[in-house]
Design a protein around this ligand. Sequence first.
Ligand SMILES: [Fe+2]
Length: 246
Amino acid sequence: MRTAVEKPRKQIYSNYTEEDFEVWKLLYEKQMHNLTGKVVDEFTAGIELLDFKSSEIPNFEKINEKLITLTGWSIKTVPNLAEVDLFFEQLSKRRFTSTCWLRSMEEFDYLEEPDMFHDVFAHVPMLCNKKYTDFFYKIGELATSLNDQEAIKMLQRLYWYTIEFGVLQDQNDIKIYGAGIISSVGEINNVYSKTAQIKPFNIEEVLHTPFEIDKVQPRYFSITSFDELVEAFEQIEKHFKTYLNA
Ligand SMILES: [Fe+2]
């Protein structure tokens, strides 16, 4: 039986071990290679703006300084995957909940819960983009204004099919922007396989399509630009008004 090890609640940079640096380096190099030509330009721009590199585990203080200037966002460190309520509440304050620990070498290819490679490498570069963060903030703002479990479930689906598993149709190519795909080789391969279904983004369908965790996604929803997400929000708010008044 695995014994639960308490995870750090804040980043103390000097506590990272040689193994942590090695894990970061290997994961970073492997995933940057796997993402070549497959990820949206906004992600690559974020990596450059934040100066992420394989030789250095990102420092949250430095990330926050840059993010606040770029989009007004910051990272809120949490020991483990945040509960839904806390996660949405933090989003409504333009804060992204993130772990600050890394998997061990033994867990290199499979991890039961997200570590900072998923949270920081895959999510944080996108937080440099204004349109993306405007959309992300609106999910949190709407979620905290609702007191209805079914409505929250719908917003979780919206989050799942965009922020975690979203793809973008770029002329004839499919590009990835969802963090759940960015941090997983299996998901990247799946997006480009013939078995995965890639459907055009449709808000009603997204809100009503349940998702499953812990397995490769059978479907993805594809946007044509980040403007589409921002513009979709009007429709989303209308949907919730109708739903809540029904
Ligand atoms: Fe995530």
